[in-house]
Ligand binder design. Structure first.
Ligand code: SIN
Length: 275
């Protein structure tokens, strides 16, 4: 296997391995690379739905997505799609999947099934590099803080997605979510400190109102996207990306109006997060 960084502080492209048939030793190296770099990209892969599911189970459990359409006959696979006549895409702004769960999903295995002729790239930002770059006084201010996360304002029947042409595809609009996590977590496998707030799902700091929390949250969001902590993936047929939700934010760019894009996503179970 050969590992080539995608950017100085985020992402790695891994070649010389077939994900559907990789050995346990290769799997261990892939996991370690993803924990460190945040996201790994694999080109020219063949992944049937069965192989996608088998590969996901090698990480531990699979979390079945509560909101997105599921693939017929393979309910472990969520369909992340935008039709040619739709305006809104799924995940079209910076976010961390599942931070609104008590035990957030570890990450995702995303397979490109149908791509627009151009555009539709995905970006990731490394939250370890974001934390490292914070000024010392901000690090001191957020040490020991916890934040409340929920997805209700996005997915519920009158939420953000329901007000768009994405709303009709959603399931689970009556669910209630909510979880408290440290603002700075330690990666469960590497021990690295990571900034763990995101503007899609983090609502307020514990013990503060939304209004009191917003100035510092906004400073953290701005800081999380400055510097060289981002990478960008141009998808091709056969590309698979696997990312770590604890280590990264991601953003699916919505710049391919008039074209269809369909991706298949398996969400990998995670573990409780700690400071
Ligand atoms: C997502 O999981 O947020 C969507 C990623 C993508 O479609 O590139």
């Amino acid at each position: 296997m050969e590992l080539t960084p995608m950017a100085p502080k985020c992402g790695v492209e891994i070649s010389g391995v077939s994900l559907a048939n990789c050995s346990d030793a290769e799997m261990d190296s892939i996991k370690q690379a993803i924990y460190n770099h945040g996201v790994a990209v694999f080109r020219d892969q063949e992944f049937s739905p069965e192989e996608h599911i088998r590969f996901g189970k090698r990480w531990g459990g699979i979390d079945i997505n509560n909101y997105f359409p599921l693939q017929k006959d393979f309910h472990e696979i969520a369909v992340v799609k935008k039709e040619a006549d739709q305006q809104t895409n799924i995940g079209g702004d910076w976010h961390t999947d599942h931070s609104y769960d008590q035990i957030p999903a570890m990450g995702s295995v995303l397979v490109a099934r149908e791509l627009p002729p151009s555009g539709g790239d995905t970006m990731w930002a490394h939250m370890g590099a974001a934390y490292d770059a914070l000024p010392a006084e901000v690090k001191a201010e957020i040490e020991g803080l916890e934040a409340f996360h929920t997805a209700d304002h996005i997915y519920k029947a009158d939420g953000l997605y329901a007000q768009t042409d994405m709303g009709k595809n959603l399931r689970g609009q009556d669910l209630k979510t909510g979880a408290v996590h440290p603002v700075v977590i330690r990666h469960p496998h590497t021990g690295r400190k990571l900034l763990y707030v995101n503007k899609a799902f983090t609502i307020h700091f514990v013990g503060q109102t939304r209004e009191q929390s917003l100035p510092l949250l906004q400073r953290l969001y701005d800081a999380a996207l400055t510097g060289d902590n981002q990478c960008r993936l141009q998808w091709q047929p056969g590309t698979i990306a696997i990312w770590d939700n604890r280590t990264t934010w991601h953003n699916a760019l919505n710049d391919y109006q008039g074209h269809r894009r369909e991706m298949h996503r398996i969400t990998l179970s995670g573990e409780a997060l700690a400071a």
